[in-house]
Design a protein around this ligand. Structure first.
Ligand code: IFM
Length: 419
């Protein structure tokens, strides 16, 4: 028992990617226009990105060879509706081809309908600030869902609403680069409505559909076992982690959890915490991230109260050298397993990401892939952590042998009783 962490039968093991970050050449998107005016930190343009658009078969085969059974991807609204109200059937069919290929390869599919990028025509109308955005998005959803209804297992309406909100409307990192509370609130409520409406639309078309969204939650970690620190952590948890769920209550068939980081909470340093959460790190132009695998366990225990199945729709880190990624995977999976033992209903884990890709305003520098991309040749080169993940997925378990083989120094931490 102590030498193996066995995952439930039929557990979903997969990877997640998004269209804009991997496909390349999304000319009709707000990001494409915005990058051109020199907005990306390393000066890069997404350009052909990983050329997933043409190489999707290769990437899906790669995922298959890693023993994965689940694949999360998104469709690019700006490809499908490049002009207001004009839908491009060729592009709709293109995504059908990818989804069909995934089905042939026996993957379960999570399809994200909106992952941060907008068609330029909508961005010009104010994007999510415009209250008609809800109508536009619902119309897009009505159009695409019947096209893919036989090929998708889980629908994710939107990805990480609060990350989008903070990067685009508070931190001025993403288009439309605003720092405006009123605009941010409008966007928040339009995203709430967009989720609610599309949830209903999908269910009208497909009554049995499983619909949710992928939300990025942060573990608020009380620095000490002090009453005020714990209380404050609870308040942040309710405010940041629960708010979107509360406003969209009743429109989730499952919870999609993206987990990356924690924030330390100390009552006496509340101003510092707020500053950390609302400003970027000037050196790296990123939001500081502390890796805290146990936070996944605490978040899962907390989410149990919503009484819905949970899927980890993203978890990963940027690590070009790959040594930290192996440790990262082992530690997170151990805590995930522990939560499952304590009756949290988690049905799957999707690693972010299969391949290196375009990390938004940070360009191509952060390397999130289990598989490295050589951007000159577009060659895919699996990192060692890909093989670690491959073995875990194949065994549906984390075993002592796997730890010994891939990160022996981690043994004591992962299997403390065995030593
Ligand atoms: O690359 C992003 C993704 O688009 C959304 N979730 C976090 C990832 C890593 O930063």
């Amino acid at each position: 028992m102590d030498e193996i962490y066995q995952f439930p039968k039929d557990f979903l093991w997969g990877v997640a990617i998004s269209s804009y970050q991997t496909e390349g050449n999304n000319f009709a998107s707000d990001w494409y226009a915005w990058e051109k005016i020199g907005k990306i930190k390393d000066g890069s343009l997404s350009g052909r990105a990983c050329d997933f658009y043409h190489l999707y078969r290769e990437d899906i085969d790669l995922a298959k060879s890693l023993n994965l059974n689940t694949f999360r991807l998104s469709i690019e609204w700006s490809r499908i509706e490049p002009k207001e109200g004009e839908f491009n059937q060729k592009e709709i069919n293109y995504y059908r081809k990818i989804l069909t290929y995934l089905k042939e390869k026996k993957f379960k599919v999570f399809l994200t309908l909106w992952h941060f990028t907008l068609p330029s025509w909508l961005a010009r109308k104010g994007g999510w600030q415009n209250k008609k955005s809800v109508f536009y998005f619902t119309r897009f959803v009505e159009k695409v869902v019947p096209e893919y209804s036989d090929l998708v297992n889980f629908w994710l309406t939107i990805n990480e609403p609060l990350i989008y909100l903070s990067c685009a409307y508070f931190l001025e990192l993403w288009p439309p680069e605003k720092k405006n509370l009123i605009a941010g609130l409008k966007v928040f409520f339009n995203l709430v409505k967009a989720h609610q409406k599309s949830y209903r639309v999908i269910h009208q078309i497909l009554p049995q559909a499983k619909v949710g969204l992928a939300n990025n939650l942060v573990y608020f970690r009380p620095v000490k076992e002090r009453y005020l620190d714990k209380k404050l952590a609870e308040i942040f948890n309710a405010f940041y982690n629960h708010s979107f769920y509360r406003f969209t209550k009743g429109t989730h068939d499952f919870i999609g959890l993206n987990y990356y980081t924690c924030h330390r909470v100390e009552f006496l340093k509340i101003a510092e915490l707020i500053k950390r959460m609302t400003s970027e790190n000037p050196e790296t132009r990123t939001i500081r991230k502390e890796i805290y695998p146990e936070g996944l366990y605490f978040i899962l225990k907390d989410l149990k109260k919503f009484n819905l199945p949970i899927y980890i729709t993203e978890n990963g880190l940027a690590d070009e050298g790959d040594a930290r990624r192996r440790r990262f995977i082992l530690r997170h999976l151990k805590y995930l397993w522990q939560a499952i033992q304590e009756e949290v209903d988690v049905g799957g884990y999707l690693h972010w990401s299969l391949i290196d890709n375009f990390e938004w305003h940070e360009g191509f520098k952060p390397k999130f892939g289990l598989v490295k991309i050589d951007y000159e040749t577009l060659k895919r080169i699996p990192r060692k952590s890909a093989y670690l993940y491959q073995e875990i997925c194949q065994k549906n378990a984390l075993t002592k042998e796997i730890v010994e083989k891939y990160d022996p120094e981690r043994m004591k931490e992962i299997f403390p009783k065995v030593i």
